[in-house]
Design a protein around this ligand. Structure first.
Ligand SMILES: *Cc1c(COP(=O)(O)O)cnc(C)c1O
Length: 395
């Protein structure tokens, strides 16, 4: 066997993939599993968006586009930032990539040198630390607690800043916790990045999915100094149920956007032409479909919280956004379940899958082994069926 790169060996395989493969294998064997693993909305993409894609095909939009996206999509994105976030960007400060995951990858490739540091919270989205490492940089993880709403205290961010710090990365609303940063805390974080002149990467992919009447505030909107060093990351995957279309975008400092475009020009080139036209429709047409899906998620959130209230030894922070709940199951660690001592999130995940027919994601991969992640991007019927099973399995 020939040697593989150190880089490829340093990447931690996604812990969520192993469990997903197992769940799917069980379902293929005819076993009834209630799935709470999905990292995507369960709704179909709205019809008006699909119609735009079909029209794009019929119009022959099947060729390369400019690398950072079509002029019409970059303009639509700039208009979106103005409409939803009160942010003024020229289309030249916007780049469209193959999903927001790719956007964040390109940002890190464009700003990080080997040995640079990026500050982020745990629990974190599984891809952040790996993408930071792939850029040669070092994840500086700040562990947060449920009492902190899983948000990094600004003074801890400031204490973690070193001469090597390149960026602070925040994700509000958060995957996997569903929690959000309050405006006061965001302002303090903005002041810190301005004072120390490090980038702020603000992953706002769940912006449209907020509950209890909350509104989203982007830290870039506080002042010009913050905006000048912030990447406002977003995309169509979560708001419009378009995960498979692979369109993400960011606005940010123009020199960095150009650097990202150079990198993208030698890797993926442009995102899919047809999906770009569909994204224009998503962003510019009336947004009723987004609100309908948001309301469905809010109802499901309420139901899954009520059902967890009935289960002993499981605590959670009520999700304020996104479609995940991240309960703490550690009161059940140490128990012997199915003849096996449960030591962490992986064991409880296995137990729930094998003995109760419920598929969840262990918190381990998110940097929080006391927790399990459940996605409530599934029907109310499935939520009830799954929570009945979890309750019985833990009694
Ligand atoms: C889903 C997700 C993304 C990006 O999704 P794409 O489909 O690549 O646009 C980015 N950040 C977080 C936290 C996510 O959960």
């Amino acid at each position: 066997m020939l040697a593989l790169s150190q880089r490829s060996q340093d990447v931690t395989p996604s812990s969520t993939l192993a469990i997903t493969a197992k769940i799917n294998a069980m379902i293929a064997d005819g076993i009834d599993v209630v799935k709470f693993g999905a990292g995507e909305p369960d709704f179909d993409t709205p019809d008006y968006i699909k119609a735009a894609a079909i029209a794009a095909l019929d119009a022959g939009l099947t060729k390369y586009t400019p690398v950072p996206g079509t002029p019409e999509l970059r303009e639509a994105v700039a208009a979106k930032y103005k409409r939803d976030n009160g942010l003024d960007y020229a289309p030249s400060q916007v780049i469209v990539s193959c999903g927001a995951k790719h956007t964040i990858y390109n940002i890190l490739q464009a700003i990080c040198d080997p040995g640079d540091e990026v500050i982020l919270a745990a629990p974190y989205w599984v891809s952040y630390p790996e993408q930071i490492k792939l850029a040669g940089a070092i994840p500086r993880v700040i562990d947060t607690t449920s009492a902190q709403n899983f948000c990094m205290p600004p003074e801890q961010i400031e204490a973690a800043i070193s001469p090597k710090t390149k960026a602070v990365l925040i994700n509000s609303p958060s995957n996997p916790t569903g929690t959000t940063y309050d405006v006061e805390t965001l302002k303090q974080i903005a002041d810190i990045v301005v004072k120390h002149q490090v980038y702020l990467i603000s992953d706002e992919i769940y912006e449209a999915l907020l509950y209890d009447g909350a509104t989203h505030v982007s830290p870039a909107s506080f002042n010009e100094e913050t905006k000048a060093i912030t990447f406002v990351v977003n995309g169509v995957s979560k708001a419009y149920s378009m995960t498979g279309w692979r369109i993400g975008y960011t606005a940010g400092p123009e020199d960095a956007i150009q650097a990202m475009s150079r990198i993208q020009s030698h890797s993926t080139s442009n995102p899919t032409s047809i999906a770009q036209r569909a994204a224009v429709a998503a962003l510019t047409q009336p947004q009723d479909a987004v609100e309908e899906m948001r309301q469905a998620f809010e109802e499901r959130r309420d139901v899954i919280c009520q059902r967890f209230d009935e289960i002993d030894g499981v605590s959670y922070v009520k999700p304020q956004g996104a479609f995940y709940i991240f309960p703490d199951f550690s009161a059940h660690y140490g128990r012997t379940l199915d003849g096996k001592k449960s030591k962490g999130s992986m064991d409880i995940t296995d137990y729930l899958l094998n003995s109760a027919g419920v598929g969840v994601v262990p918190g381990d991969g998110f940097g929080a082994d006391n927790h399990l992640r459940l996605s409530f991007a599934t029907s109310l019927t499935e939520i009830h069926r799954g929570l009945d099973r979890i309750k019985a399995a833990l009694q």
